[in-house]
Design a protein around this ligand. Sequence first.
Ligand code: HEC
Length: 217
Amino acid sequence: MLTKKIFIFSMVLTTGIIVVSCSDIKRKPGRVYMPDMAYSRAYETYSVTEEDREALQKKGINFSNIPVAGTIKRGELFHFLLEKDKEGDSTNYVASKSVHNPLGMLDSTQMIEANRLFLVNCAICHGPKLDGNGPLYRGGEGPYPVKPATLVGDAKYEGMPEGQMFYSVTFGKNKMGSYASQLDTRQRWMVISYIKAKQSAGKSKAAAGSDSTAEKK
Ligand code: HEC
């Protein structure tokens, strides 16, 4: 008799648990107690978008992962003063033409490092030969929808001032994203020096090539 009662009781209990756990009651999360503990104030570059930040501010949480305006990172040698142009404006893009590369020519050790940086970050699109035909594009066969700039062999990019290249690598250009978070200022200038070195090497090669054909004639 008792076992039957226990059986019925446990059946009712199990059914109750199933009903409760399967119902779609949406529980509201509790109030945030001590938001400093719940939301990290650590420097996490991509963790909070502008909208997130506004939403947090409305709740009284003043989280900011942006450095104070006008400050320069400790140890930063080559601060780039130009800011990203607003949509539809190109004032700073044009102004960047007059910014000089603070590194100039690279020595052979720096060239090895610059070559490594280029292969890791840029060659997937621009190609290891800088011909704008990296594995992601493959002459239009690859998944990348637009032709990356032909950095060696195209007069437009051969004549492009280093400051302007730096601007585009820092802030991005159309389909090319910004590389400011992958490469620091010095590394970006190194990659630009590398491109310029490859361009002049390409030019002297071409000149030597045309000389030899002239000789044959
Ligand atoms: C995901 C593919 C991709 C990667 C990776 C990439 N680029 Fe580009 N890059 C492009 C495309 C596409 C363009 C042409 C943009 C345009 O003018 O519309 C371009 C243009 C450029 C230009 C010309 C910018 C201008 O102002 O016209 C330079 C210089 C350049 N890239 C350098 C680099 C360097 C240096 C890296 C590595 C740090 C790099 N790119 C990585 C796709 C890429």
